[in-house]
Design a protein around this ligand. Structure first.
Ligand SMILES: C[S@@+](CC[C@H](N)C(=O)[O-])C[C@H]1O[C@@H](n2cnc3c(N)ncnc32)[C@H](O)[C@@H]1O
Length: 198
């Protein structure tokens, strides 16, 4: 999988663009600035946006090509981000250290996603916010992006269970129009969620 992502990010263009994800931007803009965790952050579009708003950003990703592009984007925008080049399983995150976390189009297999959520919730402060937008199972077969296997697509009931350590204020499967670079464009079925750690 690491090779796949390094290959995807090897071009000069930013695969998913340099603008932040809309749902991420809408929600991060409502929060008091603090420390932010971005697992599977890729080329840095969300990290750099948040850093420009004053957030202290930690990104985790195992793709060196993504890290290089993210660091360049940060330099271009005159901000700093902390980019941990590790797999999500290996990354060590301090407990109760983040005010917010955002999982944006991180399409992992069931067992990995359970471990990821456990880690993310542990690393969030009580009351910390989690923002989530990923493709749902109904995206399978659509040309607007996402994995070609159902094992890495989500259902609302799965997300409800993963969000058990949190008070959920929003959880919906929605059809949205995506315009995020050449690999993620068109009408798409996604799950969006917003919650605060209990
Ligand atoms: C579809 S991209 C999304 C990037 C970013 N969140 C965005 O929306 O622009 C998924 C990212 O997750 C990273 N990734 C996937 N599995 C990972 C893992 N097990 N550990 C660390 N990073 C991972 C990939 O390298 C890639 O950068």
């Amino acid at each position: 999988m690491q090779d796949f992502w390094n290959q995807r990010f090897s071009g000069d263009d930013y695969a998913y663009g340099i603008e932040p994800n809309n749902y991420f931007r809408q929600n991060i803009d409502t929060l008091r600035v603090g420390s932010l965790l971005l697992p599977g952050e890729g080329e840095g579009r969300n990290a750099v946006y948040a850093a420009k708003q004053g957030w202290d950003v930690t990104a985790v990703d195992f793709s060196v090509a993504a890290q290089v592009k993210a660091n360049q984007l940060a330099v271009d925008h005159n901000v700093e981000i902390n980019y941990i080049l590790k797999s999500l399983d290996e990354a060590e995150l301090e407990e109760e250290s983040f005010d917010a976390a955002a999982i944006i189009y991180l399409q992992l297999e069931q067992d990995k996603i359970e471990r990821l959520f456990e880690k993310v919730f542990k690393s969030l402060k009580p009351g910390g916010t989690i923002i989530f937008e990923c493709f749902s199972e109904k995206q399978l077969g659509k040309a607007s992006g996402g994995p070609k296997t159902i094992a890495r697509l989500y259902t609302v009931s799965q997300i409800r269970k993963l969000f058990e350590p949190a008070k959920v204020s929003y959880l919906q499967e929605e059809e949205i129009g995506l315009k995020e670079g050449e690999y993620r464009t068109g009408k798409a079925m996604v799950i969006r969620a917003l919650a605060k750690k209990l």
